[in-house]
Design a protein around this ligand. Structure first.
Ligand SMILES: [Zn+2]
Length: 595
């Protein structure tokens, strides 16, 4: 990597973040910066007159890694670092062919958020520092490299890979300043399908047709988002479907969102994740939390924006349903955090663990979105939309704090002396700095959900048999809600009754099946239990596998099952998922005196 620096302190060494990298050599030099015209790419520069410099890798600290100190002579503005990643580089996942859909070629992808970019790139790994970059990637044929950046012609974006050549080279440029966690790369056997002139899908050849169908609304989503939040500034918007071990629903890498294949339900029922990652093009990627303590500024704003896009494309009933589901998630999360009020707070610190993404909760997402909904309900949608657009517009390509957001609300929404917010009972300080859900939260109402909840209740209490349920107008989200409303201790007889009528154990929608298998584990329902090993060894998305491991960990006998599944599946998980599951199993073992 060659860093070109803007030097503000000429007498200081350079400090970069690293984690599990072998640093081989460091040299410094100079590049003349053209006073006009585009900045020069350093990839082919041969006039830097680089000289070796002294560097020191500091003590390795868990999670944070090791600081790399580099001596900088006063006149230099370029630092070149030769380094190697290692098997411990947590931001890289290397998959064997057996772990991919086509089972033909290996696969590599990066996950930089929150602080893992340092494990594949020596950099200032904070969302408070932005940079532009050029990249050149050499990969063995027939693989293709896709970066969260602009593919430079003639290398891409859809150039056929030359099968005769042993190595293919791909060039990229990210010309808009981004923080390190948004540097994203995937390498594998990938094909492309356009959705519109600026939108398309990358996926393995066998997954591509299904993915292209599922993402058919992407261009309309883009247009809806632009109407709501202002012009899309990044050029292309593509999505890349990763192998099933991807630990997250999606990652908003700029220009190319990375997505789990578990969204491909066949009926576009799970595309709210896509709307979410798209919305990050405004909230998160344009306006970025300055520290991970203000994570809600990325995720709360994006969750709110996601549901506005869903409302624009699929209508109010579906959006209302997703809002109500979000509220249910938030209440469950706050319940589980009852003993930790400091982790229920939106701003400043509570959601920040040493390893930010490891301890992540739904609070920054759902409570953040609820706060914005409360503001919207108070000042009216029209006023709120002006405010939201202005927030994005005024803070584009900046890193922002909760205090800045609080000030913006004060300046643009409060309404001066008349204090509209107070009239609505909204105490901004309480929302940002207090635990729980404030009284001023809007009620989650959805007629559809009320009907589903009633049926769920009547079924679980024995009032209505499975045969008597009226489900003809239900969609996948309805089923998901129905199952989420089931008491955990519903009993295996009831599950068998449902299975006989609706064949849940044969479900292909990963979210519905995930909840079903959780219920099966909680109630020792064996036809469901039989599907668990397969589910847990093929899928690595943390949100889907974690509840099932938790359910299995509730009895010593099932814990043994969970441990033997994990012994097989664990190696295929991303470290984010692996760490979470390891900690669940360890805690259960301690509980049962097995450790
Ligand atoms: Zn997000």
């Amino acid at each position: 990597v060659i860093w070109q620096l803007e030097r503000t302190m000429r007498d200081q060494p350079l400090l970069l973040d690293t984690s599990n990298l072998d640093i081989l050599s460091v040299r410094t030099g100079n590049v003349r910066i053209p006073s006009d015209g585009p900045p020069r790419s350093l990839l082919d520069a041969n006039d830097l007159s680089l000289m070796p410099t002294r560097f020191e890798l500091g003590k390795d600290v868990p999670v944070l890694g090791a600081p790399l100190w580099i001596d900088l002579p006063a006149h230099v503005n370029v630092v070149e670092i030769y380094y190697r990643t290692t098997a411990q580089s947590a931001g890289l996942q290397w998959l064997s062919p057996a772990q991919t859909d086509d089972r033909r070629s290996p696969f590599l992808y990066t996950q930089g958020q929150s602080i893992m970019a340092r494990s594949y790139l020596p950099c200032q790994d904070t969302p408070n520092v932005r940079f532009t970059y050029d990249a050149r990637i050499h990969v063995p044929a027939p693989l293709r490299a896709v970066m969260a950046a602009r593919a430079i012609e003639p290398s891409g974006p859809t150039r056929p890979v030359d099968a005769a050549s042993p190595v293919s080279t791909f060039n990229f440029a990210m010309e808009l300043p981004i923080p390190a966690y948004l540097v994203g790369l995937a390498v594998g056997e990938l094909d492309f399908a356009p959705i519109s002139p600026r939108v398309g899908i990358w996926a393995s050849p066998t997954v591509l047709p299904k993915a292209a169908m599922e993402m058919g609304d992407l261009e309309s989503m883009m247009q809806a988002a632009e109407r709501l939040f202002g012009p899309y500034l990044w050029g292309r918007y593509d999505v890349l479907i990763l192998p099933p071990s991807f630990p997250l629903g999606g990652m908003e890498n700029p220009m190319v969102t990375f997505l789990t294949p578990t969204l491909l339900a066949g009926d576009r029922s799970l595309v709210s994740v896509v709307a979410h990652e798209l919305a990050h093009s405004w909230s998160g990627n344009l306006t970025t939390n300055a520290t991970w303590s203000d994570f809600w500024l990325n995720e709360g704003l994006t969750t709110y924006a996601e549901r506005r896009i869903i409302e624009a494309i699929y209508g109010l009933p579906r959006a209302a349903m997703e809002r109500a589901l979000g509220r249910q998630t938030l209440e469950a999360e706050l319940h589980s955090l009852a003993g930790e009020p400091q982790r229920q707070i939106l701003a400043a610190g509570p959601n920040f663990a040493l390893d930010p993404l490891d301890e992540i909760s739904d609070v920054p997402y759902e409570k953040g979105a609820l706060f914005l909904e409360a503001l919207e309900h108070c000042v009216g949608r029209e006023n709120f939309d002006v405010f939201f657009k202005q927030w994005i517009n005024e803070h584009g390509f900046q890193s922002v704090t909760s205090r800045q957001f609080e000030n913006a609300v004060e300046t643009h929404l409060k309404g001066g002396e008349s204090d509209k917010l107070r009239a609505c009972g909204i105490d901004v300080g309480q929302w940002l700095h207090g635990p729980g859900i404030p009284e001023s939260a809007p009620k989650a109402t959805s007629l559809e959900l009320q009907k589903i909840d009633l049926q769920s209740k009547n079924f679980s209490s024995g009032q209505t048999p499975a045969e008597g349920l009226e489900t003809s107008d239900w969609n996948a989200l309805s089923w998901l809600r129905f199952l989420k409303q089931m008491p955990d201790a519903i009993g295996s007889t009831k599950l068998a009754e449902l299975d006989a009528k609706f064949n849940f154990s044969g479900q292909t929608n990963a979210e519905i099946l995930g909840r079903w298998l959780e219920l099966a584990a909680l109630n020792h329902y064996s036809p469901g239990m039989q599907r668990i090993p397969d589910f847990l060894t093929t899928i690595g998305r943390r949100k889907l596998v974690e509840p099932i491991y938790r359910a299995l960990a509730q009895s010593p006998a099932d814990l043994a099952t969970a441990r033997s599944i994990f012994a097989q599946a664990g190696a295929g998980y991303h470290s984010l998922t692996r760490n979470t599951i390891e900690s669940i199993l360890r805690q259960a073992e301690v509980k049962y005196g097995q450790r």
